[in-house]
Design a protein around this ligand. Structure first.
Ligand code: SOE
Length: 393
C-alpha cells in the first residue's frame, strides 16, 4: 500500500480560531480514514515571537509573519484563514489565485461585495476547494436534524426559531476586542454569531430567507482597551483608555423564508447566564426538532405520527454509531464537545479535496448568508422590511 499523501496547511491567525483549527487539523486523520494526512506547515501571525510560540503550541513546523509570501509558496496546499474578517477577502483571493485550497472562517467577509468577489473567484477555480467555516453544521445532532428534515419527517416547515445567546460582553467593563470594531469585524454579534443561526436555519430547512425585519442595539458604547492579544474575556488594566464600540451588541429579526416558513432570530453577547446557547427549534406539519448547543449531544425530536397519549418531544442522544460522524469516536453515550465540529469540518475539507466531492458551505452559500446579514443591518437602520437581494450565488 502506498503511503498517504500529505496535505500541507498554512494557518493564518494565532487566536482562538487558529488554535481550534490547528487542533482539528492534527486530530482528523487520527479518528477518520482520510486519503491524505494533514500537516501544519506554517502558522502566520503579525508578531514574530507570539507567532513562533503559537507554532510550537499548535504543533506547526514553522511560523511566519508575511501571509503574502506564504500563500504563494509551492509547498503549501491549503490556506486556512482564521484571522479577523477584514483580512478574509484579500487572503482568500490571493490563495485562490495561487491555486490553493481555502478554508475561511465565518462570516465569509465584511461586506457583500467582498463575499461576492470571493465566491466568484472560487467559482472560477473549480479544481480547488473553497469552504467557509460554519462549523456548527458538523455537530452530529444538527446533522441528524438535517437528515430528518430532508427525509420529510417534519413535513412542511412552518416555524424556525433560532437564538444564539452568549454573555461574555454583559459586563460593561469587559474589554474592547477587534470583534467590537466595525472596520475589522464587519458587524458585531450579528455577523459573529447571528451568522451561525442564519446558516444553520437555511441549511437545515434547505430553504432561503427572503426578507427580514430587524432591530439591533448597542448597550455599551465604549469599553476599556486591553492588550489585543488576549482572547475572549480577560480584564483590562486599571485606568486603561476607553474605546468606542462601533458594532451591535444584539440583533433580533423576523424573517420570511422563500418556502413560506416564518423565522424569529435573536443574537446577543449580553444574555447574562447564557454562555454559548446556540439554539434552534423548527416546527413542521408532521413534527419538530429542537437543539441547544449547551446540550450539544442531544436532539429533541417530536413526531406527530406517534400514537395519541404517547406524543411529546423525545431526547435522542446523538452518540450512536448510526449517527453522523459519531462512529469514529467514543462508545455510545460518551459524548462530544465544541472542538469536534471543527475536526469534522477538517474531515469534510480533506475528503472534498481528495475525492473531489461537493463542498458545503461553499463560498457562494456563505455569500448568500452575507446578503441576509446585510439585509438585517439595512432593515435595522431604515426601520423597514428588507428583501434579501438575490446574488449570482
Ligand atoms: C465568539 O462569539 C465565538 O467564538 C464565535 O466567534 C464563534 O463562531 C462561536 O462558535 C463561539 O463564539
Amino acid at each position: 500500500m502506498s503511503s498517504p499523501a500529505v496535505l500541507r496547511v498554512a494557518i493564518i491567525g494565532t487566536g482562538f480560531m487558529g488554535k481550534m483549527h490547528a487542533h482539528a487539523w492534527r486530530t482528523a486523520h487520527r479518528f477518520f480514514p482520510l486519503d491524505a494526512t494533514p500537516e501544519i506547515a506554517v502558522v502566520v501571525g503579525r508578531d514574530p515571537d507570539r507567532t513562533a510560540a503559537a507554532a510550537t503550541e499548535f504543533g506547526a513546523l514553522a511560523s511566519a509573519t508575511d501571509w503574502r509570501e506564504v500563500v504563494t509558496r509551492p509547498d503549501i496546499d491549503v490556506v486556512d484563514i482564521c484571522a479577523p474578517g477584514d483580512t478574509h477577502a484579500e487572503i482568500a483571493l490571493a490563495a485562490l489565485a495561487a491555486g490553493k485550497h481555502v478554508l475561511c472562517e465565518k462570516p465569509l467577509a465584511n461586506s457583500v461585495a467582498d463575499a461576492d468577489r470571493m465566491a466568484a473567484a472560487a467559482e472560477a477555480a473549480p479544481d480547488v476547494v473553497a469552504m467557509c467555516g460554519f462549523s456548527y453544521r458538523r455537530t452530529p445532532a444538527l446533522s441528524l436534524a438535517r437528515e430528518l428534515i430532508a427525509a420529510g419527517r417534519l413535513g412542511e416547515i412552518r416555524h424556525v426559531r433560532a437564538q444564539y445567546l452568549q454573555d461574555w460582553l454583559s459586563d460593561p467593563e469587559a474589554p474592547f476586542t477587534w470583534r467590537l470594531d466595525r472596520a475589522r469585524a464587519g458587524s458585531g454579534t450579528l455577523g459573529d454569531i447571528g451568522a451561525h443561526s442564519i446558516d444553520t436555519a437555511q441549511w437545515l430547512t434547505g430553504d432561503r430567507i427572503a426578507n427580514v425585519s430587524a432591530v439591533t442595539r448597542t448597550f455599551v458604547t465604549e469599553r476599556p482597551e486591553r492588550d489585543e492579544h488576549v482572547g475572549l474575556g480577560g480584564r483590562a488594566a486599571d485606568g486603561a483608555p476607553r474605546r468606542e464600540v462601533t458594532v451591535d451588541d444584539a440583533a433580533a429579526f423576523t424573517a420570511t423564508f422563500a418556502g413560506g416558513a416564518l423565522g424569529v432570530f435573536e443574537a446577543t453577547r449580553m444574555a447574562t447566564g447564557r454562555r454559548n446557547a446556540n439554539r434552534i427549534e423548527i416546527n413542521g406539519s408532521r413534527g419538530a426538532i429542537s437543539f441547544d448547543f449547551e446540550h450539544m449531544n442531544d436532539l429533541e425530536f417530536y413526531d406527530a405520527a406517534d400514537p395519541a397519549g404517547e406524543q411529546g418531544f423525545r431526547r435522542i442522544q446523538v452518540t450512536e454509531p448510526e449517527h453522523p460522524y459519531a462512529a469514529a469516536w467514543w462508545p455510545a453515550g460518551h459524548g462530544l464537545g465544541y472542538e469536534h465540529g471543527f475536526t469534522h469540518q477538517i474531515v469534510d475539507v480533506v475528503r472534498a479535496i481528495t475525492e473531489r466531492g461537493p463542498v458545503s458551505p461553499s463560498f457562494a452559500e456563505a455569500a448568500q448568508v452575507q446578503r441576509v446579514l446585510a439585509a438585517v443591518e439595512a432593515s435595522a437602520a431604515h426601520g423597514s422590511v428588507m428583501t434579501v437581494v438575490e446574488g449570482a450565488s
